[in-house]
Design a protein around this ligand. Structure first.
Ligand code: GDP
Length: 368
């Protein structure tokens, strides 16, 4: 028939002719009650992302094209997952004017000093080779914040086009939707937002009043971030909806904290220390003795204290890898990208983190 069939996983139009292109499904798939593209099918049933390399290639090519224009780049990062949301393609965008926006401000404690946070973000950007003309913080759901960013965008763009870029899940769709509301007051043109990483496939543009355009671009997911290899059904718990309440643990060496069944921190040695945990509410830390930790995990992973994930998901999650740290400075964050972080109070602690092997755990100067 002539009608377009939409993938019920990611929303792209289904096509049955070219397996290398977006939206491909084998013809037999059209007989199923629920039709999904091959990519979503594989993701759902085998937890594999067969086209990630291709996607990363395409993404880089897209940014190269943008990098050759004289446009303003608005780069969004997720303040709750800064490490996991930096783009790895800094080199191809180094000639553009850059506005850096730290989004999801509302997830960090209200007590956090705005200026300190901006300074921290700018420093992190510079260390990674990004040179923003300005740094702003935003909650993309708040029209006041979006207006503020829009005004700064207009100031910096100097009658040029604008590209909104960022990893998957940093809030680009939410931001664009708010901009559309502000500019047009028209709800009909809203772009769908998705909680499932990897689905911002639309490339839309909005007219600006001087004939220039604002472009929304698709994102890619950082492969070293927790979400990159988690079953879809486990993703909701990783997306905090409101301000994160830090939980403090005063620990002696040879104690362990579990963060659901997705990560574990062993305080191996050092003086008694305090650990401030910033995790989504579903990952409230569970404390135990280090000597009991292996057995506890083996017996109870996927159950109440050590979930999420649910038991049925355990086989889909990459096995734990140990990453060891010797804390050199007071107030150091140990970051588990896509899950949360722990601020270690005092230098001297030796700490092991266990997390799925694709997740690259890092330390940084405390953000808060
Ligand atoms: P995109 O993949 O970059 O387009 O990101 P989305 O706009 O789809 O947002 C990803 C997730 O983050 C969704 O669950 C959004 O509801 C959420 N989100 C986006 N912006 C904010 C924000 O400022 N604060 C909070 N708390 N959540 C946000």
């Amino acid at each position: 028939s002539e009608e377009t069939i939409i993938c019920s996983g990611c929303g792209v139009p289904i096509q049955t002719s070219d397996a290398s292109q977006t939206g491909y499904a084998p013809p037999a798939a059209l007989d199923r009650a629920v039709i999904v593209c091959q990519r979503c099918f594989r993701l759902k049933h085998y937890n594999e992302k067969p086209d990630i390399p291709l996607q990363a290639e395409d993404f880089r090519r897209m940014l190269q094209t943008i990098g050759r224009t004289d446009a303003l780049i608005v780069l969004l990062v997720d303040l709750f997952d800064v490490e996991g949301s930096w783009l790895l393609e800094r080199d191809v965008l180094k000639n553009n004017t850059l506005l850096l926006v730290g989004n999801k401000r509302d997830l960090l404690p209200k007590s956090v000093n705005e200026r300190k946070l901006k300074t921290w973000l700018k420093k992190d950007a510079l260390q990674r080779g990004w040179t923003p003309s300005d740094v702003l913080l935003m909650n993309a759901f708040k029209s006041e914040d979006v207006k503020h960013v829009a005004a700064e965008m207009d100031e910096l763009r100097q009658a040029k086009d604008v590209y909104i870029v960022g990893s998957t899940n940093v809030g680009k769709s939410t931001f664009i939707n708010q901009l559309i509301k502000l500019f047009e007051g028209d709800d009909e043109q809203l772009i769908t937002t998705s909680t499932f990483p990897g689905t911002t496939l639309a490339f839309i543009d909005l007219p600006l009043d001087d004939g220039r355009k604002l472009y929304d671009t698709p994102g890619v997911i950082n492969p070293r971030q927790m979400l990159a290899r988690l079953p879809q059904r486990e993703m909701a718990a990783l997306q905090p909806k409101k301000e994160i309440k830090p939980i403090v643990h005063q620990l002696n060496p040879e104690q362990t904290l579990f963060f659901g069944g997705l990560a574990r921190m062993d305080f191996v040695s050092g003086e008694a220390n305090h650990f401030v945990c910033y995790f989504p509410p579903a990952f409230k830390p569970h404390r135990t003795k280090l000597v009991n930790a292996d057995e506890l995990y083996e017996k109870h992973a996927g159950e109440t204290l050590l979930s999420p994930p649910e038991k049925a998901s355990l086989t889909d999650i990459p096995p734990f890898k140990r990453q060891s740290f010797h804390i050199q400075q007071d107030k150091t964050d140990i970051v588990i990208p896509g899950l949360g972080w722990i601020t270690v109070g005092n230098a001297g602690a030796k700490i092991d983190i266990y997390a799925p092997e694709h997740v690259e755990v890092i330390t940084r100067e405390a953000i808060i």
